[in-house]
Ligand binder design. Sequence first.
Ligand SMILES: O=C(O)c1cc(C(=O)O)c2c(n1)C(=O)C(=O)c1cc(C(=O)O)[nH]c1-2
Ligand SMILES: [Ca+2]
Length: 729
Amino acid sequence: MGRSNTECQWPEKKSRNRSRIQIAFREISAVLVLFPALLGLSLPSSAWAQTGTDAKPDRIKANISRVDRDFIEANTKRSRDWPTVGLDYAETRFSKLNQINTDNVRDLGLVWSYNLESSRGIEATPLVVDGIMYQSAPWNVVHAIDARTGTKIWSFDPGVDRSKTYRGCCDAVSRGLALYKGKVFEAAYDGRLIALDAATGAKLWETDTLIDHDHSYTITGAPRVFNGKVVIGQSGAEYGVRGYVTAYDSETGHQLWRWFTVPGDPSKPFEDASMEAAAKTWDPSGKYWINGGGGAPWDSITFDPDLNMVYVGTGNGGPWNRKLRSPSGGDNLYLGSIVALNADTGRYVWHYQETPGDNWDYTSTQPMILADIKIDNVPRKVILHAPKNGFFFVIDRTNGKFISAKNFVDVNWATGYDANGRPIELPAARDADQYESIPGPDGAHNWQPMSFNPLTGLVYLPAQHIPVNLSPEKSFVQNAAAPGKLGGLLGGNIGFVFNPPKSAPFGRLLAWDPVHQKEVWRVEHVSPWNGGTLTTAGNLVFQGTADGRFVAYDAANGTKLWEMPTGTGAVAAAATYMVDDRQYISIAVGWGGSYGLTHRATEYQNPGTIYTYALGGTAKLPAFVKYQTEGLLQGVKYDPKDIREGGEIYVAAACVACHGVPGVGRGGNIINLGYVSAEEITNLRHILFHGPFRDQGMPDFSGKLTEGDVGKLQAFIQGTVDAIRPKSR
Ligand SMILES: O=C(O)c1cc(C(=O)O)c2c(n1)C(=O)C(=O)c1cc(C(=O)O)[nH]c1-2
Ligand SMILES: [Ca+2]
C-alpha cells in the first residue's frame, strides 16, 4: 500500500562535491538509532502562571477510590474521564465527547500550560479523573495536577539512578501510569513497580520486578491494572534479556503470576507448556538463553474483560540477527507476537506471530486496539495492530486466528501474508551482506499510539519510513553483551555500513480502513517520528508533530482544521475529558525517544510541557526557547589515518546512537558532537573517563576505551566535521 514518495531526497543527493566518507557517516546517523540514552541538555525552566487549586486530598481520595473495573467500563460509554492510558480497556483512544467538534474546533485555545522541567522525551498520555491529572515525565517523575487550573497538587520523584540511563536503548522515557482504587501505579526505568497514594503522592509499596540485575533490564512501558492486578513487562532486548510479564496484587505488590515470552535454558525444567513448545522453534546451538533471547514486552498490554484475556505484544530477538541467535533458523517463538494469556492465572491461551524468526528489530510491542467490527458482514471481535514490520493486522481476539494483513507503507522484507497468516519473505532481507531495511529498526510504526473511531470506521496511524542499512556485525561477540562496552552491542545486525540508504525518510498520518485494509486519507509530515493520535465523536483527530505543532484534522477526510505551536517536537498522544461540563484536551510534549535522541525537526527546545486547551481558551503560550549550539567544531588536532578506526569505535561504543554523526544534523534531545566547543573534544578523555555527564546517563568508559582510542575518536569527530564543512570559495 502507499504511493511511493519520490519527491523527497536525502539532502546529500542535492550537493555533488562530497567525499564518500561523509556520505557514509551521514547515513550512519539514520542507521544507528537504538542505543543507550546519554547526554541531556539542561534547560532553563520558565516561570508558569498558575492560579491555585481547590483539589483537597479528601476529595481526590474519594474520587480516585472509585476507579475500578465498573468505573472504567461505565466511563467507556461516556468518556467523561480518561482513567487508563488508552482511555478504555480496548485502548481505542476514541472519546465520545463532542463539545469540541469540526464546527467549532477553530475556537480551541490554550487554558494552561505546565512545565514538566525535563529535557528528555515525553511519551505518556495523561490520566484524568474528576479534574485531577496524573502525568509521568522522564526518569519517572510523577506529577498530579489540577486540570482546571494547571496547578501542581503534588509530584513524586522515585529517585531512579540516572547514571544508569545507558542501560536502556531509547531515552529515559515513561509511557504512562495506571489508576486503581485510590492508587497511582508507575513502573520505573530501574525496574521497580511503585504504588502511590493518588491523593498525596505518598509511596504505598514498591517491588523490584527484575529477575536479575546483571542483565540490562529497564522499564519504559505503562503498567495496566484490572481486577486488582497490576501487569507490567520490561525492556532490554537490544542488550540481552529474556522478556516476561508479571502480575502483582494492586493492594500489596505481591507477585500473582508471571509468563516468559521466550524459552530459557533447555537443560532446566520449562516454566510451562508454552515454553516447552516455544523451545522447539529455537536452535540450542545459539545458546540464546545466556543472553535471554529477547522478546521484551516493553509497551502494549491490553485486557478484554469479557473474554478475561490479557494480550501481550512481544519484542524483537536478541541479538537481532537470527543467524547468531538461532543459527539453523526457526520461528523463535514468541518473538514478534501477540500472545493471549488468561487474566486470572497468566497461563498461555494462544499466540499469533507477526514476524517469525525476527531479524530486524520488528517488535510487536506497538499499541493494540481491541475492536468489535463487521468483516464480510459478520461481527468479529478483533485486535487491530500495526507493528514495526509495516503490515496492518486484523486478528480474531477470541482465538488468535489471522484474518488479514496489508502493508500500510512500502516494505521490502515480505511481499504479503498467505492465507495462514505467514509472511511471504524476500530472501535478501535475511541473506544479503548489506541490506536496506524497510522498515528500519525504528519501524513503520513505533510506540506512538494509534486510535480507532467507530463512527468513521478508521484507524489513525502515525506511520513512517526510516530506512536503515543493516549488515552483519563482524566484531559481534556471541553472548557478551554489555551496553557501552566495545564490541558488546547486541544488535548483531549493525555493521559499519558505508552506503547511504537509497530512499528518503518520511512521516505521515494515515487514516486506515481495517475492514477493507486500505488507506482512506493521509497527511504528509515534514519528518518521521510524529505523535500518537486521539480521535473523538466530534469527528476530529488530534496529533502532535515532530516539527512542534498540535493539530486537529477532520476525521472523515483529513482536512486540517486547527493547529497551535508546541515549542518542541511532540511524540505522545493527547487525552480529552470533561471538567465542570467543559471539554478539555491535554497533550504532554517533549521531544525524544529513540529517533528523537539524534534527530530534530524544530528550532525550539522547550522543556517537557503539558498544554491544555478548551473552546475559548485565551492563555498565553510560554516563551519558546531556541535550540542553540556552538558553531561547527573547528581546530581539534588529529591524524587523518585514525579517522576510520575512530569511526568504528564511535559505532561500537554506541556514541553514534545518542550523539548522531558529528556535524550531521544538529542533534536531537542530545547534543551532536560536531556542534560543541573544540575544548570539549580536546578534553574528551575527561568526558569519557569518570566524566561529568554520568548523572545524565552517559556511560563511564574507564577500562573500556584506551587513551589511544580517545585520539582516534577525536580524529573521527573532527575529521568528519572537516569533511562536511562547507568549503569557502
Ligand atoms: O527491545 C527492547 O527492549 C526495546 C525497548 C524500547 C524501550 O524500552 O523504550 C524500545 C525498543 N526496544 C525499540 O526497538 C524501539 O524502537 C524503541 C523506541 C522507543 C521510544 O521510546 O522511542 N523505545 C524503544
Ligand atoms: Ca527493540
